[in-house]
Design a protein around this ligand. Structure first.
Ligand SMILES: [Zn+2]
Ligand SMILES: [Zn+2]
Length: 255
C-alpha cells in the first residue's frame, strides 16, 4: 500500500521510466528500467555496464591550478603547460572526465535534449569528487549562464541542468540568476586564446548587489582555455567573492 508522497513519487517515476526509458550517456541506447541482480529485481542503472569502461575519468597527477591530468613528461610538474604560461583568475578547478572519452555524450546533452544524462554525470561527480569538493567550504554553486535568447532557442542551459543535480547531491545551494550574460558572444570553438578573451570582455554581470557568498563553485560543461571561467571569476571577485573554484564535466583537448 502507498503510504507517503515519497512512495507515490517513486511509482510515478517508475511508470515514467517504463513509458520513456532512460538513455545511456555513453552509447545513447535504451536503459533497462529494472535489472535482476542476485535473484532480486532492482532498479536499472544510469549507464550500461559495458559502457562504463569506455569513459576515462581525469586521473592524478593533475595540474594544481586547472585540474587537468598531467601525462608523460609533465607528470612531475605542478602546473600544466597552459597554467604555467597563463595567470588564471580562479583559485582552482576540478573536472570529471577526459574530454575525448565523453565528447559525444556531452554533445547530445548540450544540443540534442538529453538532459537526463545529468543524473549520471552528477552521481559520478559525487562519487569521484564529492570528498574533495566538500572540504573547500563552498557557499554557493553558480552555473555559467547562457545568453537568454540562446536558452530560448535551445530550451535549456546544460550547465545549469548539471549544476542543479550536483547542488542536490552535494547539498550546496545553487543560484542560477546571480550572474547574467550581457551579450551574445561568438561561438568559442572558432576563436584562438586572445580572441576568446576579447570575446568575453564584459560578457557577464552580477545581477544582485547583495553578494554575501565568499566561496563560489562555478559549474560548466567543458573546460578548454579557461577564458569563460576567468571572466566570470573576475566579475564575482569584483562583487566580493574571495574564493572561486570551478567544476566542469570534462577537460582536455577539444580539437
Ligand atoms: Zn551504453
Ligand atoms: Zn593547468
Amino acid at each position: 500500500m502507498l503510504t507517503g508522497t515519497k512512495e507515490i513519487k517513486d511509482v510515478f517515476r517508475v511508470v515514467k521510466e517504463i513509458v520513456y526509458p532512460g538513455r545511456c550517456p555513453v552509447c545513447d541506447g535504451i536503459l533497462n528500467t529494472f535489472e535482476i541482480k542476485n535473484g532480486k529485481i532492482k532498479r536499472g542503472g544510469l549507464i550500461h555496464k559495458d559502457c562504463i569502461k569506455k569513459i576515462r575519468y581525469v586521473k592524478q597527477p593533475t595540474c594544481i591550478k586547472c585540474g587537468k591530468g598531467l601525462k608523460g613528461a609533465d607528470a612531475d610538474r605542478e602546473f600544466c603547460e597552459d597554467c604555467s604560461r597563463t595567470r588564471h583568475l580562479y583559485d582552482r578547478g576540478f573536472s570529471l572526465f577526459e574530454y575525448r572519452s565523453i565528447s559525444g555524450s556531452i554533445y547530445r546533452f548540450k544540443y540534442m535534449g538529453r538532459q537526463e544524462y545529468a543524473d549520471f554525470y552528477a552521481r559520478a561527480t559525487k562519487r569521484v569528487l564529492g570528498d574533495t569538493l566538500s572540504v573547500l567550504g563552498i557557499d554557493l554553486i553558480v552555473p555559467v549562464p547562457m545568453y537568454p535568447k540562446k536558452v530560448l532557442e535551445r530550451g535549456y542551459n546544460q550547465a545549469e541542468i548539471y549544476a542543479k543535480k550536483v547542488s542536490e547531491l552535494l547539498d550546496i545551494p545553487m543560484c542560477a540568476n546571480l550572474v547574467g550574460r550581457t551579450r551574445n558572444t561568438l561561438p568559442m570553438k572558432n576563436l584562438d586564446v586572445r580572441g576568446r578573451r576579447n570575446n568575453l570582455k564584459k560578457a557577464f554581470n552580477i545581477q544582485r548587489n547583495d553578494v554575501k557568498f565568499k566561496c563560489i563553485l562555478i559549474i560548466d560543461d567543458i573546460y578548454t582555455t579557461g577564458s569563460t571561467i576567468d571572466e566570470m571569476a573576475h566579475s564575482l571577485r569584483q562583487a566580493g567573492a574571495e574564493k572561486i573554484y570551478f567544476l566542469t564535466l570534462a577537460i582536455g583537448q577539444t580539437t
